[in-house]
Design a protein around this ligand. Structure first.
Ligand SMILES: O=C[C@H](O)[C@H](O)[C@H](O)COP(=O)(O)O
Length: 242
């Protein structure tokens, strides 16, 4: 079985949590894309749901697969968000934003009663940080913001560089909301909560890819089948609004 098969297995398992009439947050990335495709098949068979896409890419996919869409303006509270992740730790803390969609993903997850993460087993880690942490910043003063984040990281005992994300043509990657992404190559993040709080205190930082206390369930598929991670002591994020 390939990673692609595992992603599909996780996406299929997540479908069981979707109920008629639900307002869904639709994640971004290759795993979420499979979920959107499968959801489109269910809609074709008569399932009545609406979705809010977390990126323009997901909007296009949902339109292609016939998933009815709505907006945060019309549906500010959602029932369930299904999204992928770049890393998932045993406490169900996540790194997200490898595809640059972290800001809308976090807004949508916070507006949802539940967030289910779907991933292949390569995303499961004991400690967050091997995957570079995406940090979305405003373009104005991005060089200063980068230096401020690097200094902050040093102060927190994190080693590694902070790098402006560029696309293949060398230009900075610009997010759907018009910001740029700095990737923090920290290798290991021992205190995600401390880092998260420190990052949002910096001017210029819009959002970071640490999703803490947001996921209610992770569905992970691998060689040994599908398994789940649930928070042992689920604490609702103070930022969750639904
Ligand atoms: O910005 C992108 C998202 O956070 C994705 O959910 C994440 O990068 C995982 O994507 P994939 O399922 O393609 O590994």
């Amino acid at each position: 079985m390939s990673i692609q098969d595992f992603k599909r297995a996780a996406a299929e398992a997540a479908l069981a949590h979707v109920e008629p009439g639900m307002k869904l947050g639709l994640g971004t990335g290759s795993t979420a894309a499979i979920f959107v495709e499968l959801l489109g098949q269910k809609v074709e068979q008569g399932l009545d749901v609406v979705g809010v896409p977390t990126s323009e890419a997901t909007r296009e996919l949902a339109e292609r697969f016939g998933v009815p869409l709505t907006t945060m303006k019309d549906e500010p509270e959602l029932d369930l968000t299904i999204d992928g992740a770049d890393e998932v730790d045993p406490q169900l803390r996540l790194i997200k934003g490898g595809g640059g969609a972290l800001l809308r993903e976090k807004i949508v997850a916070c507006a949802s009663k539940r967030m289910i993460v779907i991933a292949d087993e390569s995303k499961r880690v004991e400690r967050l940080g091997k995957f570079p942490l995406p940090i979305e910043v405003v373009p104005f003063g991005k060089e200063s913001t980068l230096r401020a984040i690097a200094k902050l990281a040093l102060r927190l005992g994190l080693e590694g560089e902070v790098v402006l994300r560029r696309s293949e043509d060398g230009c900075p990657v610009v997010t759907d909301s018009g910001h740029v992404i700095l990737d923090g190559h920290f290798h290991r993040i021992d205190d995600p909560e401390g880092l998260a709080a420190a990052l949002v205190s910096l001017p210029g930082v819009v959002e970071h890819g640490l999703f803490l206390g947001l996921a209610s369930l992770a569905i992970i598929a691998g060689e040994n089948g599908v398994s789940t991670i649930e928070p042992t002591q689920f604490q609702q994020s103070p930022r969750r609004i639904a």
